[in-house]
Design a protein around this ligand. Structure first.
Ligand code: AMP
Length: 372
């Protein structure tokens, strides 16, 4: 048997769980570095359970692996920078640093020539009236860091509401974004190898509920040839700018213009993404397998889909096996149920969008959720 690499993953949540499960058939073993003793990925990888600033534990982790990746973008940059002195870290630290700060991220996207929502750095000296004059109303106040699944953000409709919201987040760096009137939400997921080879899934169409991803369908029913070309160009440009290795995800709004639909960047995720979970059953090579392959130096096979696929998140609670239709795949994350917590997901694959939509509606009904 060929000598295969050992992959270290910073973070041990469900993304690390699915990465480790994709690594095993490739002959790659995983270690996770994760402070939570009950992290989902502990069940399928060797667990280094220590804080992110514990240098001795980080050294031990680095000594046990050949290459290090991360499953979430809020790994402290100092931790990544320290580990990089010991073992290769992919994707690189630049992606980590930029993607964990909404201001840096939006500035980076705009500087590359892409459209984002209008935004301003909500520094203390900027009055709410001036901030709103810059981005319009309604507007969304967001913490620059550590915001995800709708956390750390608030929609405001007046200057007074913005004043109140700012007071709630005192001490946190903030940005204010103009509201984008979008027709759809989509994501772009691609993988890039060290030699620059890139593969990309077709656009994925997403729905959210209270800021949390609820469903994803691939290929996106709203997609057009023009949008796919724009997605290609966007991915190539961003990945090249980062010197990226691994899977990168870009969340976008589709906005209708007189020239047709266009992509407006919402945010980057320098990692595998919830909207790509359908690829475990829906594609010959899943996003997890692509990521493991890219960061460990294996070749990236072409994208092959098994049909139309969809994913529905299990949020807060999970159904019993007996309730799940036989043609639906279930993935559980071994997490205690809690409101707004992602505890698993369902996947369905079929030959047509109609069939998949039918299955998705059935699952939504089962979960008691409304999907549009
Ligand atoms: P985020 O945490 O930035 O991904 O935001 C979560 C969700 O809030 C997005 O998927 C959108 O549904 C919505 N959202 C965020 N920013 C905006 C915006 N500037 N305009 C309209 N909707 C937004």
């Amino acid at each position: 048997m060929a000598t295969q690499k050992v992959l270290g993953i910073l973070g041990g949540g469900q993304l690390a769980q699915m990465m480790a499960l994709a690594a095993i058939p490739l002959g790659i073993k995983c270690h996770i570095y994760e402070p939570d003793p009950l992290a989902p990925a502990r069940l399928c990888a060797i667990h280094h359970c220590a804080p992110y600033d514990d240098e001795a534990a980080l050294r031990q982790f680095a000594a046990a692996v050949d290459v290090i990746t991360y499953e979430f973008e809020n790994v402290p940059v100092d931790c990544g920078t320290f580990l990089r002195t010991l073992k290769p870290v992919a994707p690189g630290i630049a992606a980590l640093r930029i993607c964990q700060d909404r201001l840096l991220e939006k500035t980076f996207a705009r500087d590359l020539g892409f459209t984002t929502a209008p935004f301003v750095d909500l520094v203390a000296s900027l009055t709410s009236a001036d901030a709103i004059a810059a981005v319009g109303l309604p507007a969304i106040l967001k913490t620059r860091r550590l915001g995800y699944d709708g956390k750390g953000q608030q929609t405001v409709h007046t200057i007074a509401e913005l004043d109140t919201a700012r007071a709630c987040y005192e001490g946190h760096p903030l940005i204010l974004e103009g509201f984008v009137t979008f027709a759809h939400e989509v994501s772009i997921i691609a993988a890039r190898a060290a030699d620059g080879t890139t593969v990309r899934f077709p656009l994925i169409q997403n729905t959210h509920h209270h800021g949390i991803l609820r469903t994803a369908v691939a290929p996106a029913p709203c997609s057009t040839k023009g949008l796919e070309q724009d997605a290609d160009r966007m991915m190539q440009t961003v990945m090249h700018a980062f010197g990226y290795i691994g899977v990168l995800s870009i969340e976008c709004f589709v906005v209708e213009t007189t020239q047709g639909p266009t992509l407006v960047i919402n945010e980057f995720a320098p990692r595998v993404h919830n909207s790509g979970h359908w690829s475990i059953e829906g594609a010959r090579t899943s996003q997890f397998a692509y990521h493991v392959r890219a960061v460990t130096g294996l070749i990236l096979p072409d994208v092959t889909l098994h049909g139309v696929a969809a994913m529905c998140n299990l949020i807060g609670d999970e159904p019993d096996d007996s309730e799940i239709p036989p043609d639906v795949f279930v993935h559980r994350y071994h997490k205690a149920p809690r409101p707004r917590r992602k505890v698993g997901h369902l996947t369905m694959v079929s030959s047509t969008h109609d069939n998949v939509t039918h299955l998705l509606q059935h699952c939504a009904q089962l979960l008691g959720v409304k999907i549009s």
